[in-house]
Design a protein around this ligand. Structure first.
Ligand code: GLA
Length: 411
């Protein structure tokens, strides 16, 4: 019997996963392709601390990379075939670089195909590869598993074919794959943080200029941890209302532009109030969310710089309210997290993270209050007959990396 409480958190340390996974996944690769992988690339998922649905509105975001990642092992082929083995699903996909088409059966493969398609569109004449994918980021949970997949693929290809692409360019191309091949008109936040995240730091990004600042997240000062609450409601972004919200916020901005507002970053709530009569209620609410969320991100950065986690938590609560009421992307299961958190001493703030419509939320919780908080959430979910939520205590992890592997047996 293991002593109780036994701390399993070491299992989630990057080094441990790298060492253990690398060994066993290399074996799987060898078994499937009868050759060794040449390159390993990996990319993290993310939480977004605050700044939701602001990225495609050229606003501010404050995400952080997490210690859950996607791994991609690959080796070159002489022909134009791409063979991919997805170890999580135990599924294979093979396609030719001469004709890259959208797959209706295997949705996950479109993120991979999309990256190849984008590189081809950009004029890169690639050879085929053998690849193996494995990841520990929960899928369709709002933790950006799809961006981590795209980023690990493009980073791996950049390394193995020596394409010499800078990280920002790769992030933009990964986004293009999602926008134009997969069909989700996402912003750049997820791909950007997956490349530029740093351990223990959040990334304050201006999505218009792409200037960014890494902000230390000294949660230990207040003995806080980040708890991810996965609602169990899985909504695929592409089939959701995401693209609709994007168009609504663009339309609202077009109307505001007539009155001299250049972009959402320049808008203020009083400007909006003055123009309330010029647009319908839905557009007004979308614009109010984006405008108020931009202001909250800037305040959150100031709060973090002063280690003021009470203020940060308040802003996080406000963000959820705005996403629920003005942007209308929450759902009862995610509201449960917010409502429970508001009443729970030891939880500083909680909100949905990512696009919404299901998926995950985050909560800033005192280390010694995590167990009772989880218990309370489970009880409430059961009472309301919601799906059983899952919990992850995440660390703020490193950004993407890719390198040539030593030959097996050497060193
Ligand atoms: C998804 C998208 C991001 C961003 C968020 C909402 O994660 O991929 O670009 O728009 O939703 O903030």
């Amino acid at each position: 019997m293991l002593p109780f409480p036994f701390d399993f958190s070491f299992l989630f340390s990057l080094k441990f996963i790298c060492f253990w996974m690398e060994k066993s996944l290399r074996l799987v690769f060898k078994e499937i392709y009868n050759s060794h992988p040449e390159v390993l690339s990996s990319a993290p998922g993310r939480i977004n601390i605050i700044g939701e649905h602001t990225d495609y509105n050229q606003g501010y975001v404050l995400p952080a990379a997490i210690n859950l990642r996607n791994y991609f092992f690959l080796s070159r082929r002489r022909d134009k075939k791409v063979c991919i083995w997805a170890e999580n699903f135990k599924k294979r996909d093979i396609f030719s670089l001469q004709k890259i088409s959208f797959s209706e059966q295997n949705k996950w493969i479109n993120y991979v195909r999309g990256v190849f398609w984008t590189l081809k569109e950009e004029g890169f004449d690639l050879k085929g590869i053998n690849g193996l994918i494995w990841g520990d980021i929960p899928l369709e949970a709002g933790l950006s598993s799809s961006a981590a997949l795209e980023v690990s693929i493009i980073h791996g290809l950049n390394t193995i074919f020596k394409l010499d692409l800078a990280q920002q360019r790769m992030a933009e191309l990964a986004r293009k794959a999602e926008n134009d091949f997969v069909g989700v008109k996402c912003g750049l936040m997820d791909q950007f943080i997956s490349f530029f995240g740093e351990k223990g730091k959040a990334l304050f990004l201006d999505c218009e200029t792409l200037r960014y600042e890494l902000i230390p997240l000294r949660l230990e000062k207040a003995e806080l941890r980040i708890l991810v609450f996965e609602s169990g409601v899985r909504r695929e972004l592409a089939s959701s209302e995401y693209n609709k919200r994007r168009l609504e916020s663009f339309r609202a901005l077009e109307l505001l532009k007539k009155y001299g507002v250049k972009g959402y970053k320049q808008a203020t709530l009083s400007m909006l109030e003055e123009r309330k009569g010029e647009m319908n209620e839905v557009l007004f609410k979308r614009a109010r969310h984006v405008t108020s969320e931009n202001a909250r991100v800037k305040k959150a950065v100031e709060a973090l710089k002063k280690d003021d986690f009470h203020l940060l938590g308040e802003l996080i609560f406000r963000s959820h309210e705005s996403l629920r009421d003005d942007y209308e992307v929450s759902c009862p299961e995610l509201d449960l997290l917010y409502e429970t958190a508001k009443e729970f001493s030891g939880c500083f703030g909680a909100r949905l993270t990512g696009a919404g419509f299901g998926g995950a939320g985050i909560a800033l919780v005192k280390k010694d209050r995590i167990a009772p908080f989880r218990k309370k959430l489970l009880e409430e979910a059961r009472k309301r007959k919601f799906p059983r939520p899952e919990f992850y205590e995440v660390e703020i992890g490193e950004g993407a990396n890719a390198y040539f592997l030593e030959k097996e047996g050497k060193g």
